[in-house]
Design a protein around this ligand. Sequence first.
Ligand code: APR
Length: 181
Amino acid sequence: MIRVIQGDITTLKVDTIVNAANQVMLGGGGVDGAIHRAAGRELYEACLKVPEVRPGVRCPTGEARITPGFKLPAKFVIHTVGPVYRDGQHGEPEKLAACYRNSLALAAENGCKSIAFPCISTGVYGYPIEDAAQIAVREVRAFLAASTSALCATADKKNAEMEAIFCCFSERDKMVYESIV
Ligand code: APR
């Protein structure tokens, strides 16, 4: 199931929220800053323990890492790093799609039944909301369709479909998503 809301993602009582992080994964501005402020110092310490894959990079663009949510109402935070938008011709769409796919896969691996996404890459990283929202909805729909058909095959009713929430900070972003979902 997919829902679109307007609000502050740090207030959502879901199994996991997704953070639009940077590759260093030690906090920043925007939603990253809000999540770290709300989760508290332990989140920073948990991020510090995530191994660097190369100097200064804990989470490469397009990948995802999971930590506890600490003081947040959400159980987990999935940190993913969106692409910095240039012109859409330098692999940005593929990287943004990978953020959603890898975050969903990590959420499923950790038994999450509900996940909330911010509008990844559409703030500091400059991705046009209309293009980013199309990619986000397409990837979430594909994931839910695949997992639902797998559930039907196993008739595993207790494993209900994951709920995906697009948590938009602005009314404008919410309207863009509502025109697609
Ligand atoms: N709840 C939900 N959405 C939020 C919140 C919040 N509390 N705060 C900001 N947003 C929205 C922004 O309005 C934007 O729509 O999150 C979206 C993503 O914007 P950014 O946070 O700027 O993230 P991004 O564009 O992916 O840039 C990531 O910015 O904050 C730094 O450390 C971060 O370097 C990284 C870069």
